[in-house]
Design a protein around this ligand. Sequence first.
Ligand code: ZN
Length: 316
Amino acid sequence: MAEPSWMDSARALVGKEYGRVYAWDKVNAPMIRQWCEIMGVDAAPYLVEGAVHAPEAMLQVWCMEGFTLNNYPPGSTTENPYEVLKLMEAQGLASVVAVNSELQFSRAVREGERLYYTTRLDTISPEKTTALGTGYFVTLVMRYFSEIASGDEEVGQLLFRVFKFKPAQAAAPSAPASAPAKPKRPAPGISDDTRFFWEGARAGQLRIQRCTACGTLRHPPGPVCPQCHSFEWDAVTASGRGTVYSFVVMHYPEVPPFEHPNPIALIELEEGTRLITQLVGVAPGDVRIGQKVQVEFHTYDGDLVLPQFRPVPDAR
Ligand code: ZN
């Protein structure tokens, strides 16, 4: 299929290099310490006296704008590396979703180094239709450099890809009038780490991941034990009994297919882990913290089995 002619001006931007965006601050110990604290990383190995260096994964942080949008340090480019997205917006591709963010590191950056990055519009895909809608994957590559008197040195790069699209429901405004299809429940993204949980639900079991090295139970599921860092795990079947640890009642926005008000609870299981779930069989105004609940499984849209919790009388 031939491309719309306006895409010529978008494709003409492919390969364009945009100017430097500088860091507000040189690489410094307080920022490293705060970043590590927020990320739950031990900062000590990075804050060695005389050898302070930043965690590699922190690279993007140094050149961020801060709380005020587009507030970059003096000397930074005023060009908009996202101008191609503006072109697409003007053609009705109003929505955007980030799909890839891939950092590569050449080396750690050290205290006192001043960084900047440049941006290249790397690629625009052919037109694609996904469940979200129809549009284009746009890939930008930011290269990070350290300013060095003898010649700036590349320290890493970030590949950033977005999908810029016309939402599916807005794509066919002139479709013949008929009853709109009832929206389905959003299905969980299932990975190797979480498959046991959803297979358990289909089998009518509420499963909890267990570290086979130290026995610690954990939820939500993940690849590594936060206690002992073992990758080995299995699962146990929970009793399904728990208590309401906390809850919210969603009133607005009303998102189909859910009914509103919609009570969502954080359930503390007898076994000690907690999970977020929808409550059933209770008036939204009657949910109480500490309320005893019992799991039950409901099937939606033919094959989606979800654990939900229903209040039960307190046996005490
Ligand atoms: Zn463990």
